[in-house]
Write a protein that binds this ligand. Sequence first.
Ligand SMILES: [Fe+2]
Length: 298
Amino acid sequence: MNTREPAQQNIEDLSRSLLYDGRIHRFQSSTLHTVAAICNSWIAEHPLDLDIFDSASNKIYLQHLNTLRHLVSGSHEIYDTLLEALSTLGWPLDSVFTDRVRFRCIPASFQNHPQARALLCWHRDTYYANAACQLNLWIPLSQCNRKNGIVFFPDLLDTPLQNDSHRFDLQEWNSQGGFQAYRESSNGEVSGTGLTYPSATDPPDPRSGFIPDIGPGEGLIFASRHLHGTMPNTSGQNRYSLELRFCTRRDLEAADEKLNVDNGSRGCFASEFKNAATGEVCPEDLWKRYEQKTRSGS
Ligand SMILES: [Fe+2]
């Protein structure tokens, strides 16, 4: 007999299909328009539509980007709105551990820029020590399509791929500034990450991927273990998005090694996640056990 409540059953079914079947769940919410409006007002104050191919403009671009990342990750209003979206979809917040909200800018023609082209990288988030049971809430702030969007390769969800994730160590990565690194030296020089981004070393043709046509007011939730990436931005404009990565307590406890098909990175990003209801850091015994049980060593 199934004694679970229908709502609990529904969210467990959704979680299973996201993690195990590679479902990419699309939803709408009017509150996401509010989030987009907040971000757009900040972008207007700290413009990013600058010529990144000009070194002086690029320096200002990186400074503004750094400011915007901090504004977004420090905003309780944005975090609470994204949690509300998860809660409305059925996730009990006390059973969820999340990262902070991350703001991303994909500059126009970034693929032609010697440093920015590192963003052109087909990867699973597991390659960066993200838990294989991690789900990503992805919120477009711009209209996204084949000219600038996010691309998935659902057919490769469970197919081991050659990759260089064995070069990734979370401790080392964080010591270099992490995902949203920004450095300004005493002489005023700024740079992006300068870090190596692990990726599939023999990637498929991105044109064969699934590229959702999606815009503000909508969101995606997907398994971060999907092979995915960013299309070259040929739209002529910057593309903006937000991301909130999360894991459920249940999936961390289950520590299903089958979800980890080809990752060789070291560390567990869930160690930095916080409980969505209480703000408590993910318990060390939970993430350490997860890391030990799911490490593939490939
Ligand atoms: Fe990713």
